[in-house]
Design a protein. Structure first.
Length: 231
């Protein structure tokens, strides 16, 4: 049984939980999702972590009370071989965790680098990451109405090959600054780097949890499984 911590900071958390459940089904893995709301929830039992998107400033402020962000960063420092997925604002936090901390992604990132909400867009992303294939698996969708979110009309692509395009959803997305990058590009939008891997830390400027292509969530779970087996 894998335990994956989901940082309940703010923003797109429930969709990540659904994507994780889908990915676990596709890989035939048992999964326990730990909703991390306080520092005490971020234990060394977690095999992987997700930092969702949202508003990074709000996340920093909201987490001050419970010291949640500091606990998540401590966990990342203490468990460098356990995988972390940071999407959008989550990637911003990993690249700039604050003055006192070394970045978890060796990358400069510019907030709202594409412009404002009106400049949000969807486009196909090329993935250069070895993600495991899965078996098609119907996971009952969560009641999205509960969160007033509209599901995207997309096909499940569990068995998709590594090289096929990924449906990139960019919402007030940040941009990696090419000059300030010393980690591996793993997702490209044309010439632009939109995903990087630094050790076991994967930072994406788009929102894979808003699609039914669970490649990146499968990557997280399979890496977590691999690390756990090696312990
Ligand atoms: N613009 C947000 C920020 O700067 C990130 C947006 C997102 O996560 N979708 O924190």
């Amino acid at each position: 049984m894998l335990s994956v911590g989901l940082a309940m900071l703010q923003g797109a958390r429930h969709e990540h939980a659904e994507a994780l459940r889908g990915a676990a089904g596709e890989l035939g893995l048992e999964l326990n999702i730990v909703e991390c709301r306080r520092a005490s929830h971020v234990s060394s039992d977690l095999d992987a972590l997700i930092l969702p998107g949202g508003e990074s400033t709000t996340m920093r402020i909201a987490s001050q009370h419970e010291s949640l962000l500091e606990a998540l960063f401590d966990w990342m420092n203490n468990h460098p071989s356990r995988p972390v997925l940071g999407t959008c604002a989550g990637a911003i936090l990993m690249a700039s965790p604050g003055e006192e901390r070394a970045p978890f992604l060796q990358a400069s990132i510019e907030r709202n680098g594409w412009g404002r909400q009106r400049q949000s867009f969807e486009s196909t992303v090329d993935v250069i990451l070895d993600t495991p294939q899965g078996d098609a698996c119907d996971v009952a969708p969560a009641d999205r109405d509960m969160f007033a979110h509209q599901p995207l009309e997309m096909q499940s692509q569990a068995a998709q090959s590594v090289n096929e395009g990924f449906p990139g959803v960019f919402i007030r997305a940040p941009r990696f600054v090419a000059d300030g990058l010393s980690c591996t590009p793993v997702a490209m939008l044309g010439d632009e780097i939109v995903g990087v891997l630094d050790g076991m830390r994967l930072g994406l400027t788009f929102h894979p949890e808003l699609t039914l292509d669970r490649r990146f969530h499968r990557w997280l779970l399979s890496q977590a499984q691999h690390t756990k087996e090696g312990q």
